[in-house]
Design a protein around this ligand. Structure first.
Ligand code: HGY
Ligand code: MN
Ligand code: MN
Ligand code: MN
Length: 396
């Protein structure tokens, strides 16, 4: 089968136009935003033109379904609040091109809210049964918008959940979002495993007060509590973590966030990732222990939001082998196997069927930033590897 690289690149750039940020090639296309829904409507049209039966499920996951049993390929088309044009989009458009040009039955999916506006890879977590819909409906984003309200914007499109039994496996192409391939001059990464993750919101509540008249020793300053907590977990993690372990406080809301007011409350996102479930659990113990000690020492009230998480997952051997054969024929000497430090929908789908992933380089290792980009030659090389792999997999 012959993939059409020009059509593939053109569709990628058209998808980028939905929520184009006007900064580099960046996009602002969070789940359920106008740009996201418009992009999904456009994708549905392209799937229809490709001869696929379009089905949106109740949470906005968009499927283009081939007749009968098929291989599922795809990713997500929602973005981070400041997103790159390829994160997720690449996998969806590559899947569409393969489905269009393949003589094998290939279905296409764009999962919803992989970027976790409401949680962690929400759409595929719900589809795969990891997150009950009723529980998801109670989640809110950082602005307090409930998931149920956000997904109501797509009610007119919503159909039923697609039965996963029709798919023989799932293959997701994605940008690496890290520095490995770019630094080594590699063109293709065949993924071995995807890290696990834990994510929760922690709140310290102390005493709001006047920044001029409140002596330091009488303060119950929420920012100081966060600062102490952060310093202590960095210290205590030292003998627990490996170079692959990461942890991030990415979202902080300080109340009332005014320069002349001692902050009375802070809520912050605490996220950590590792390839080992034990280590994730050990880090959780340290986080909870440290938060309790800081709260006690500073007279703060401590509370936690729901903890969301996914376990580490290994890729399927047979699908991985097909990708490795494809990589060897398309990019001999310029491919490698590697773990994924980023999360992907493939983690959730792995509960339902065999999964595998393919990476192409991120220039400068940059992602989750408007500057995210990949050389066109590498994008096309990744498409060709998928082309080979699907042919190698034969009839599903
Ligand atoms: O955070 C992640 O790893 C994914 O890009 N949402
Ligand atoms: Mn992604
Ligand atoms: Mn992402
Ligand atoms: Mn993904």
């Amino acid at each position: 089968m012959t993939v059409n690289a020009e059509r593939f690149l053109e569709d990628l750039h058209t998808l980028r136009s939905f929520g184009a940020a006007g900064v580099g090639k960046g996009v602002v296309r969070p789940a359920y935003s106008e740009a996201d829904i418009a992009a999904r409507r456009w994708l549905a049209g392209r799937m229809q033109e490709a001869g696929l039966r379009v089905q949106f499920d109740p949470v906005g996951n968009l499927f283009g379904l081939a007749e009968g049993p098929s291989l599922l390929m795809g990713s997500h088309s929602d973005s981070q609040p400041e997103g790159g044009w390829l994160d997720g989009a690449l996998g969806v458009i590559a899947a569409l091109e393969i489905a269009r040009s393949s003589d094998r039955p290939v279905s296409v999916v764009s999962f919803q809210d992989e970027e976790g506006r409401f949680g962690v890879t929400t759409g595929s977590a719900i589809w795969s049964g990891h997150l009950p819909l009723a529980e998801a409906d109670r989640l809110t984003d950082h602005a307090g918008v409930p998931f149920a309200a956000a997904r109501a914007a797509m009610t007119d499109l919503a159909g039923g959940f697609v039965d996963p039994a029709r798919f023989s496996g799932f293959v997701e192409m994605h940008i690496e979002q890290g520095p490995t391939l770019d630094t080594e001059g590699g063109q293709i990464g065949v993924v071995t495993d995807i890290v696990g993750i834990r994510d929760m919101v922690i709140t310290f509540a102390g005493q709001q007060n006047h920044a001029g008249t409140t002596p330091m020793h009488l303060r119950r300053d929420a920012f100081q509590a966060l600062a102490a907590f952060n310093a202590q977990i960095n210290d205590r993690f030292r003998n627990v973590v490996t170079p692959r372990t990461v942890w991030t406080i990415g979202h902080v809301s300080l109340h009332p966030n005014a320069s002349s007011i001692v902050p009375g409350r802070v809520s912050f996102s605490m996220q950590w990732r590792d390839g080992d479930t034990e280590r994730l659990a050990r880090m959780e113990e340290i986080i909870r222990q440290t938060a309790a000690e800081v709260a006690e020492a500073r007279g703060m009230a401590l509370s936690y939001g729901p903890m969301l998480g996914l376990e580490p997952v290994a890729m399927d051997g047979r699908l991985r082998m097909a990708l490795e054969q494809g990589a060897e024929s398309v990019a001999p000497g310029r491919w490698r196997t590697m773990p994924s430090g980023a999360l992907h929908d493939a983690t959730n789908v792995s509960r339902l069927m065999p999964v595998a992933m393919l990476f192409v380089p991120s220039i400068g290792g940059i992602s989750h930033d408007f500057a995210e980009d990949t050389d066109e030659a590498d994008l096309v090389a990744g498409l060709r590897v998928l082309d080979h792999a699907v042919a190698a997999l034969g009839r599903v």
